[in-house]
Design a protein around this ligand. Structure first.
Ligand code: ADP
Length: 176
């Protein structure tokens, strides 16, 4: 069942007026292409500086985990950098678990930091090639399950960039 706090839009995550945006980061935390590049470009160097500090302290971020930094110049106060898995046909179950972990750990970190509204990109479905339909199922289930046990988050926004993902999320979460 759809949780009324969950919404879907098509657009650019860097423009969203939420407390935190989630980044599909890589484990080096040093930035990359796709949504990661867009967030660092729009948010400015304060984000990378904090990422470097975290990297120096704990050696990056493992797959399935997440770290939090300032949102820099973004409308969002925080960026939560979550590392999704690289898709592999040989370890599909493991990749599914790690993708769910990336969503769940982002939400846990959000709650810990008083975040009430949060936007997610479609983690792992770009350069990491996770099949989009399965990734959508995992993202929606993990977030819906988390929200069942949580009453501090008021809005979770799925920000789909490409038409495929937007179509898949619309199919699953209804709307117009
Ligand atoms: P990954 O390495 O986790 O696959 P990518 O950044 O390559 O990360 O892709 C993740 C998703 O982010 C893709 O579905 C891509 O279409 C989407 N994306 C790219 N730029 C943006 C953006 N500015 N806002 C929201 N989503 C974006």
């Amino acid at each position: 069942m759809k949780d009324s706090r969950v919404e879907v839009i098509q657009g650019d995550i860097t423009k969203q007026q939420v407390n935190a945006v989630v980044n599909a980061a890589n484990s080096s935390l040093l930035g990359g292409g796709g949504v990661d590049g867009a967030i660092h470009r729009a948010g400015g160097k304060a984000i990378l500086e904090e990422c470097i500090k975290i990297r120096d302290r704990q050696g990056g971020c493992n797959t399935g985990e997440a770290v939090i930094t300032t949102g820099g110049n973004l409308p969002a106060k925080y960026v939560i950098h979550a590392v999704g898995p690289v898709w592999s046909n040989n370890s599909a179950d493991k990749a599914a678990t790690l993708l769910a972990n990336a969503y769940r750990n982002s939400l846990k970190l959000a709650v810990k930091n008083g975040v009430k509204t949060i936007a997610f990109p479609n983690i792992s479905t770009g350069i990491y090639h996770f099949p989009k339909p399965q990734a959508a199922d995992i993202a929606i289930k993990t977030i819906t399950d988390f929200l069942t046990e949580n009453n501090t988050i008021t809005k979770v926004l799925f920000v789909c960039f490409d038409d495929d993902n937007y179509g898949l999320y619309q199919q699953r979460l209804g709307g117009s």
